[in-house]
Design a protein around this ligand. Structure first.
Ligand SMILES: [Fe+2]
Ligand SMILES: [Fe+2]
Length: 357
């Protein structure tokens, strides 16, 4: 019996769906890096609306269906609120550079360390586990708030969530890999880190998370070589830095797009940078003023033990200065450099003081 006969003798094929297509005769061609998201932005399918009225989860470019529920009730439906020009590129990069915290970190290279170093490393690992938890949780919330018409930006956020999940587990693994364990929660998530989650707007969130928060963490990861005592720790910081650079790039590229397409929001966005700088300055200007649970482990790791705390502390001051310099570069690159020329930002003052010290 044929499949059609199984449906019953009176069944007639409908085939109405065959007339309901998006633009037809599409032939997306793979490029040098395979068939990427950029390669399928062909004709109508590549057109991203400035405003999206899609509330039904309809894939961009497909034929609409009448009588659909409002599936998503998406809050983010204005392109400038979430878009960045190179979302497709960053997404493909994220896919190609996924790594395994189980097998890409040479865990066997970890050997017993002096107690103070092990404790400092475990305290840092505990802190970073907390931070990475927020870094995954917050973008995840915004994924479901965004219209599917902006799926490139949306999928890049989904890729970030996967990255952060791995960061969270790699530091947890480090805490447990060498006779130590998790130490006290630092409470980082109740201060600035936690405030990221209170953002009412995606761009506000991105300024806090991508540019300010993850920017500062990226500097720490980039200096990971100085805090590492074996190849496993080196690999851990290096691989995380690679992912983190992509997350920071999201924020910078989004801000740039926003600066170009929504000049009416300049003032408001400068307020987010004011807030970010207040946080950075209070920590960077005076590392000693930071909670010991955050500054002491870093200084001990950078110096090489409690006995070399002073040396480590000097390196910590240099790390904080580098965090500010890199933050400033990002804000300039995002199109908001005027704040450093017109006296709005206090960053220059701090950098000059640091240079004179
Ligand atoms: Fe991360
Ligand atoms: Fe990140």
């Amino acid at each position: 019996m044929s499949e059609a006969e199984k449906l019953g003798p009176d069944y007639e094929l409908d085939l109405g769906w065959m007339d309901q297509t998006g633009p037809w005769d599409t032939r997306a061609e793979e490029g040098r890096n395979g068939l990427t998201l950029a390669d399928i932005q062909v004709g109508e399918y590549g057109r991203v609306p400035d405003e999206s009225d899609n509330q039904t989860g309809r894939p961009r470019g497909s034929a609409p269906r009448s009588g659909s529920y409002r599936i998503g009730n998406y809050a983010v439906r204005t392109k400038s609120e979430i878009w960045l020009d190179n979302a497709s590129f960053l997404y493909e990069e994220a896919l190609q550079r996924q790594w395994s915290s189980a097998t890409d970190v040479p865990w066997h290279t970890i050997e017993p360390l002096p107690d103070d170093i092990e404790q400092a490393q475990c305290q840092m690992a505990t802190f970073l586990t907390e931070v990475e938890f927020v870094a995954g949780d917050v973008p995840a919330r915004w994924v479901s708030q965004t219209t599917p018409d902006f799926f490139e930006a949306r999928q890049l956020l989904t890729a970030q969530v996967m990255d952060e999940s791995r960061h969270m587990d790699v530091f947890r693994k480090r805490a447990m890999a060498n006779g130590g364990g998790l130490m006290a929660a630092t409470g980082a998530t109740s201060g600035f880190v936690g405030s990221i989650d209170l953002s009412r707007d995606f761009t506000e969130m991105s300024a806090r998370l991508h540019i300010s928060g993850e920017g500062a963490v990226l500097t720490i990861f980039r200096m990971g070589e100085l805090m590492a005592y074996n190849d496993a720790e080196k690999a851990m910081y290096r691989l995380c830095a690679q992912d983190e650079a992509r997350h920071v790039a999201y924020g910078v590229m989004h801000m740039r797009y926003m600066a170009e397409t929504a000049p009416e929001r300049h003032e408001e966005i400068n307020c987010y940078f004011d807030e970010a700088e207040a946080g950075i300055l209070s920590g960077s200007a005076n590392p000693a003023g930071q909670a010991p649970i955050l500054s002491e482990p870093l200084a001990i790791l950078l110096g090489g033990g409690i006995a070399k705390f002073d040396e480590g502390f000097k390196k910590l001051v240099a790390l904080r200065r580098r965090q500010i310099q890199e933050y400033k570069k990002r804000v300039v690159s995002a199109g908001f450099g005027a704040r450093f020329e017109n006296g709005r930002s206090r960053i220059n003052e701090i950098l000059e003081q640091a240079a004179a010290a």
